[in-house]
Design a protein around this ligand. Structure first.
Ligand SMILES: [Zn+2]
Length: 212
């Protein structure tokens, strides 16, 4: 069965229109409801694509049926996207909103994984002062250079499974920039994969005798 046949099989039973697929798809709207199911094992209820983690809910305006679909399908099938005032967005605006909503879910998921990692570390490492780190992270969604170097060291020592790229560095304040440039090379190596490209560039341009 090709993908359009799958879409028809999924959409006609829950739409008022039963013959014209474009008309049937036009009965549906995305109003901003989206969910992170945390494990990528859902199926797109529109096209049957597997391994969906971020589900976007579309609603049928005539019968209130709902379908949970992948964000790409909203754009691919030109599903109407409704803004906060209830107005239908243009295709270009809609595309942007869907992309932004998806990236918000992804960011929130990464933040949650960081907090879970801190909790896992606290369970293994009695000397780790988790409250300070959690408080700081919730406020700034990132860590200072010294915090990060200490954190990554403790995580590796405790053999906690974690993703370095989820742990972000902040150097918005001058003292944080200075702190970063003062880090020993071995500490810098340890946090290198946490850095953004512009932060790496900042080090390359400003750190005397950079090892990179
Ligand atoms: Zn799909």
């Amino acid at each position: 069965m090709n993908w359009m046949e799958r879409v028809k099989r999924n959409v006609f039973p829950v739409s008022n229109e039963k013959y014209n697929i474009r008309k049937a798809l036009d009965e549906w709207e995305y109003e901003g409801s989206m969910y992170d199911v945390e494990i990528a094992e859902e199926i797109c209820e529109l096209c049957d694509q597997p391994n969906i983690r971020y589900q976007f809910e579309i609603v049928n305006v005539f019968n209130n049926n709902t379908l949970l679909i992948g964000s790409e399908c909203i754009t691919r099938f030109k599903i109407s996207v409704i803004d906060q005032s209830g107005k239908k967005m243009s295709f270009e605006e809609a595309k942007k909103k869907v992309k932004k909503d998806k990236s918000r879910l992804v960011t929130e998921a990464k933040e949650k994984s960081v907090l879970n990692t801190l909790v896992a570390l606290a369970a293994k490492d009695n000397e780790f002062n988790i409250e300070n780190f959690i408080k700081y992270y919730k406020e700034r969604k990132a860590f200072t250079p010294n915090q990060l170097a200490l954190l990554i060291w403790r995580l590796e020592r405790a053999r906690i499974d974690f993703k370095k790229s989820h742990f972000k560095l902040t150097i918005k304040r001058n003292r944080e920039k200075e702190q970063l440039l003062r880090l020993e090379d071995w500490k810098l190596n340890r946090i290198w994969d946490c850095l953004s490209n512009s932060q790496k560039q900042f080090i390359i341009e400003n750190k005397p005798r950079s090892p990179f």
